[in-house]
Ligand binder design. Structure first.
Ligand code: GN1
Ligand code: MG
Length: 361
C-alpha cells in the first residue's frame, strides 16, 4: 500500500494534500502528511522498522503511556501549547495505535509539531545547553511514571557487556569476509572491552538506580522553537529502563562532535569541549536534585561509553554485511565506526577536563 493510501486508515482531521519523505533517521521511515484545510493539523506518518522493534503492540503501549503521562504533567503545570511540547499519537479508525498492512509493515501517526527546528549538527553553545536541558527535562517528566516498568523494546539496548560479547562472536564468525580490512579497529575496541563493562556492572551491583531513559538522544531528536528554546524530545521508541548516563552520554557523542557522525575526514572529528560543557550544564540544571552522587560521577564516563558502544555497533554491522543500519555506500558503516573511534580517542585525551567540568557544576 502507498503511504497516501495508509493515511485513510487513521482518524485524521481534514483531507490529505501531500505525503512526502521527512527526516534523517537511520531506522524508521518517516513522511510528513500535509492536509488541505487551514484548520486541520498536519501529521507525521512512520513505518516502524519491525525487524528491530519486534513487539510493536508493546512499543506502542510504552509510547502511549509516556506521552500521556507527560501531557498530564504539563497540563497540571499549566504549560501552554501542549501539542508542541509532547508528541501526540494518532489512533487508526479502529481505535488502534498502529496499522499493519498486507505486506506486514506497521504504520503509525503523530501530530506534526509546527514551527519546530531540529538540527543534525549543532552550531553554538546555546543549542548545547538547550539539548542538555531537553533531555534533563524529559528525565524529570518521566521519573514518576506510575505502573509497571516499561517494556524493554530492545532488550539489552545499551548493555555494553552484551554488545561486546556479540561483537566477539561476530569477529570469530566473520560472516562476509570483511574482517581482514578492520583488524586495527577491532584491536582498538577489544583492548578497551573490560573498561566499558563498568556501567552495567554497577547497575547489577545496585550502585546506580535503573530509571526510565530515552536512549536515543541525538540532537535531531530535540525540537526547538524559532528562538532555539526547547519544545520537546521526539523519537520515543527506545524509551525504556536503563541508566541516566546513557542519555547525556549519547547526546554528547552525537552533539559535541566537531565533525559528522559519518565524517570520512577524521581530521574533522574531535570533542568540542565548549559544547560538551553546554550539554553537561543544561542536563544538570534539570536533574541535579534527582541524581545520586554516584550517578553524577558516571555522566562524563557516559560520553565515552556511548561513543565506544556506537563504534562497536557500527563495526559489528559492517562485519555482518550491513544488516542493521541504513547505509549509503558499502563502506558507510566502516566510515562511521572509524569516526566514532577518532571521537573516543579525542575524549580520552580530554578525559581529566571532562570529569572536572561535571564536578564543578
Ligand atoms: C539509530 O534512528 P536513529 O537515527 O534516531 C539508532 C541509535 C544510534 C543511531 C546512530 C533503535 O537512531 O541507537 O545511536 O542510529 N537507533 C536504534 O546514528 O538502533
Ligand atoms: Mg531519530
Amino acid at each position: 500500500m502507498t503511504p497516501e493510501q495508509i493515511t485513510n486508515q487513521f482518524s485524521l482531521k481534514g483531507s490529505v494534500q501531500s505525503v512526502k519523505p521527512f527526516g534523517t533517521g537511520l531506522i524508521n521511515t518517516t513522511y510528513k502528511v500535509k492536509t488541505q484545510e487551514e484548520d486541520a493539523p498536519n501529521y507525521l506518518l512512520q513505518i516502524i522498522n519491525h525487524h528491530i522493534f519486534q513487539n510493536v503492540p508493546e512499543l506502542t503501549r510504552n509510547i502511549k503511556r509516556v506521552t500521556s503521562h507527560i501531557r498530564k504533567k504539563l497540563e497540571e503545570q499549566n504549560v501552554e501549547d501542549i501539542d508542541r511540547r509532547v508528541l501526540t499519537p494518532i489512533d487508526t479508525i479502529d481505535g488502534k495505535g498502529y496499522f499493519k498492512d498486507e505486506e506486514g509493515n506497521y504504520w503509525r501517526m503523530f501530530l506534526f509539531i509546527e514551527d519546530a527546528r531540529s538540527y543534525d549538527q549543532l552550531t553554538n553553545r546555546k543549542q548545547a545547553e538547550a539539548g542538555g536541558r531537553a533531555f534533563g527535562q524529559f528525565q524529570k517528566l518521566v521519573s514518576d511514571l506510575p505502573g509497571d516498568p516499561l517494556y524493554p523494546v530492545i532488550p539489552g539496548f545499551h548493555d555494553t557487556e552484551m554488545r561486546i560479547n556479540n561483537f566477539k562472536k561476530r569477529v570469530n564468525e566473520d560472516p562476509v569476509g570483511r574482517l581482514k580490512e578492520v583488524g586495527e579497529e577491532v584491536d582498538f575496541l577489544m583492548e578497551r572491552s573490560e573498561e566499558y563493562k563498568k556501567v552495567v556492572q554497577m547497575g547489577r551491583e545496585g550502585k546506580i538506580p535503573e530509571r526510565i531513559v530515552h536512549q536515543d538522544t541525538k540532537f535531531n531528536n530535540v525540537l526547538l522553537d524559532e528562538n532555539d528554546e526547547v519544545l520537546c524530545v521526539i523519537d520515543l521508541d527506545t524509551v525504556m529502563p536503563g541508566y541516566v548516563c546513557y542519555d547525556i552520554g549519547d547526546a554528547i557523542r552525537n552533539g559535541a562532535n566537531t565533525g559528522k557522525e559519518d565524517d570520512p575526514n577524521l581530521d574533522n572529528v574531535s570533542i568540542n569541549m565548549d559544547l560538551y560543557e553546554g550539554f553537561i550544564k543544561g542536563f544538570l540544571q534539570e536533574t541535579k536534585e534527582i541524581l545520586t552522587p554516584v550517578e553524577k560521577d558516571t555522566l562524563a564516563f557516559g560520553a565515552k561509553l556511548l561513543t565506544y558502544e556506537q563504534a562497536v555497533r557500527f563495526l559489528d554491522d559492517y562485519i555482518d554485511g550491513d544488516k542493521y543500519y541504513k547505509t549509503e555506500s558499502p563502506d558507510h558503516n566502516l566510515i562511521r565506526a572509524r569516526a566514532q573511534i577518532k571521537l573516543l580517542k579525542s575524549m580520552e585525551e580530554n578525559w581529566a577536563n571532562m570529569q572536572q567540568i561535571v564536578e564543578k557544576q
